[in-house]
Every structure is written in C-alpha cells, then in structure tokens.
Design a binder for this molecule. Structure first.
Ligand code: URA
Length: 416
C-alpha cells in the first residue's frame, strides 16, 4: 500500500503535519480521504485531523486538493455535451428559503441546464426535497438515467443526493458534526463544492446567508466563506459567484413545506412576495447580469411557470393536484397584543416554531408534515393595531404550545 511505502502518508505523520501548522501534500490529502473511507485511518484519527484542520487552517491549494479527493471518492456525473451551461444555485440555508424551487425552472426556461441535487431540512431550516414532496406523486429519488431525461426534456431537475456522489463528504460531515468541527471555512468549502463538482456543475451561484436564522451569524464570517468558495471554485475550474444575503427575518411570507411550494408557484407565475422575487432576480444576476431582465420577463409571461409544470410532471408529480397536507390541518391566528410597529420578526425562533409543528425534523431521517407551518401576514417595520392578525399558524395538535411560545419570542412590537 502507498501508505506503507511513504512514511509521510502514515496516519501519525499526516496528523503531525497539521498539528505542527504545516500544509498537507496532495498525497497526504488522498491518503486521508481514502484511508478514512477504507478505515485504514481510524475514526479517532480522522476526527483529530479535522480538529487540527479547524484550528490550524488550510490553504486554498490544500482545500482544492481535499475537494478533488472528495469528488474522486465517488461517481462524477456527466451530462451530454452540447446543451446550455450546467448551472446550479446553492444556499447555506435559511428560514422560508424557497428560492431553489423558483430558480431551477426559471433558469431552465432561459435555456440553461440545472442539475440540482438538494437536501432535506434539519433543525430550523427547511429542505428543498421535503418541500417538493408536498406535491402529489413527485419523486426526489431520481436515478441517473431519469435525471438525464429530465435535464434533456425540461432543462432541470431537483433530486436527492445518492451515496455514490462524494461519499467522503457524508463520512466527514457526520464526523464534523460529532467532533464540533463543522465551522471551518475550508472544510465547509470542500463539503459544498465536492458535491457540486461531482454533480457536473460548471457554474454555481452561492447564496451565503448571514444573521440569526443562518449558519454564519455575522456578515464577516459569510464574506470569508464566500471568498473561499469563489477562490477554491476557480481552482477546480468551476465559476462560483456568491451573493451575501441577510437571514434575520424569514424570506417571503411562508415557512412550511406545502405553504412554501404554494408561494414559490405564485412567484413563478409573476406574483408573490416582492422580497422573494427580488432575491431570485439578484441570484440570477450573480450568475450573469445579462440574464436578469430576461428572467423577470420569463416570470411575467408564463415561461417560468411552464418550466415548473414540466419539471413536476417529469419527476412524476401532478402540478394541478392539491398540495399534500394543507386540507388536513387547522388554522389559527396570532394577533398583535398592542398598537405599535413590528420591530422584529426573528427568523430563528420562527424556523424553530415551524419545525416544532412538524414542518422540520430534529433528527436526520424523521418524517415531516407537509401541511403545517406559518404564514406571515405582516412584514418588519409595518404599523400594527392591537388585535390585528400578524401570523397564521397551520397546525395539528403536535408542538402547538412550543410553537406559540417561540412565536412570542420572535415578534417584537414597540415604538417606530
Ligand atoms: N453545507 C454543506 O453541504 N456542508 C457544510 O459543511 C456546511 C453546509
């Protein structure tokens, strides 16, 4: 084995390199990733390597090498040559963030190809796949041939990650979670970009969120992540463009699976919440400023909606069927306790409230309820009178008290 031939590739030497503040060679990164997957490097050794990487940092060159080794740990999807550029958008996760549902068909309607591999929600942020499953019959477990057919016929698909794509990321991410080493910018960069590169993406727009409801709490952290993603993307031959967007208040008017699909469809039909439409167009401009005006036109003239309907059908769903779960739940209003101005509508407790109602999950793999969630009836800064409805809660009996107390924490009413 290579590891035995070169003492620098022994696990102890790999650990010592980073512990002493050195740079990992490409061969060491390969040995780390392959050794982790084959168990030639033990879990404690891998955990220590991640901890040293978090504390000592990694150069861009090391991060490019790590990302490539993670891509090489699995399959690399290849799409037929000759179509539009292969584009994708990825968000670091927010509350009420349904932009992917709008952007994939919108970009497809402009002639781009969008092979979107998405995830499920965990904690207070929702997952695109959970949202799509509110559509009757729609499948998010497409195999490669089915995904290729969608890309060819409609220009886009949104499906789940299979274990075959960057399997090293699955291993490293789980260990990072266990060892408290998630917040390392190089490790986050490699994790995100390895999955995109393995999916064959050529041009990526990253929506890097900051604020109370986001993974990165400050805009300085978000800027550092954005710069790392752009530089490492370039090193991989992928065009990565980042937009930094605040996530201190939810995006749009809804939080919850079917409710968010309904809102995304309103935006695809040229209406919907102005903030959601604006972010959709801003992310399109980040991909290519020349596409912003055509994208606005495609939202307004029905092309984006037609692409959405095509994507839903191609994935086995019925775009005309009632969304799952909405009929099965009750609706209750939360009213303003006093006159004043809505000073704050905090994303984090609202995301947690929707999750408590059953829209999200606390542990990976748990089921979610498609119909429960929150509908925001006012926006930050609005003048309110006592008794005015500020939120509609779509719920059954699960988690209602917890959600009500979180909603009370999220809402601050006071003088202007
Ligand atoms: N999203 C990812 O895919 N990986 C990370 O490490 C963080 C966010």
């Amino acid at each position: 084995m290579a590891a035995a031939a070169d003492p620098q590739l022994l696990p102890q030497a790999i650990l010592a390199t980073k512990r002493e503040g050195g740079a990992w060679s490409r061969a060491q990164l390969g040995a780390l990733v392959q050794g982790g997957l084959s168990a030639a490097i033990s879990r404690p050794q891998l955990g220590a390597a991640l901890a040293f990487a978090l504390c000592r940092g990694m150069s861009d060159e090391e991060t490019v090498g790590l990302t490539e080794e993670m891509v090489n740990s699995g399959r690399r999807l290849r799409w037929p040559a000759g179509g539009g550029p292969l584009c994708d958008k990825h968000s670091t996760g927010g509350v009420g963030d349904k932009v992917s549902l709008v952007l994939a068909p919108l970009w497809a309607s402009l002639g781009l190809r969008v092979p979107m591999i998405s995830g499920r929600g965990l904690g207070h942020t929702g997952g695109t796949l959970d949202k799509l499953e509110a559509i009757s019959g729609l499948r998010v477990d497409l195999n490669e041939a089915e995904a290729a057919r969608c890309l060819d016929s409609v220009g886009c698909f949104i499906t789940g990650q299979t274990g075959a794509l960057a399997p090293a990321d699955g291993l490293l991410y789980a260990l990072r979670d266990e060892t408290g080493t998630v917040p390392s910018i190089p490790l986050i960069t490699a994790s995100i970009l390895s999955k995109k590169a393995a999916a064959g993406v050529e041009r990526l727009v990253m929506d890097v969120k900051y604020g109370s409801g986001a993974f990165m709490r400050t805009d300085a952290e978000a800027t550092a992540l954005a710069e790392s993603l752009e530089r490492v993307g370039a090193g991989l031959g992928m065009q990565v463009r980042c937009a930094l967007t605040p996530m201190s208040t939810p995006l749009g008017r809804t939080i919850g699976n079917a409710l968010e699909v309904r809102e995304a469809v309103e935006t695809l039909a040229g209406g919907g919440d102005p903030a959601l439409r604006a972010l959709t167009l801003r992310l399109t401009a980040a991909l290519d400023p020349a596409l912003e005006a055509p994208a606005a036109a495609a939202l307004d003239d029905g092309r984006a909606l037609a692409a959405w309907r095509g994507m839903v059908r191609a994935q086995g769903g019925d775009p005309d069927a009632p969304l799952r779960g909405l009929d099965a739940v009750k609706q209750s209003l939360v009213r303003a306790p006093a006159d004043g101005y809505l000073r704050r509508l905090d994303a984090l407790p609202l995301g947690q409230a929707a999750a408590a109602l059953g829209a999200g999950r606390a542990v990976a793999g748990a089921p979610v309820h498609p119909g429960v969630g929150l509908e925001l009836l006012v926006v930050e800064g609005e003048a309110l009178s006592a008794g005015q409805p500020i939120l509609r809660v779509w719920h059954d009996e699960v988690g209602l008290e917890v959600a009500q107390s979180l909603i009370a924490q999220a809402v601050e009413i006071g003088p202007r």
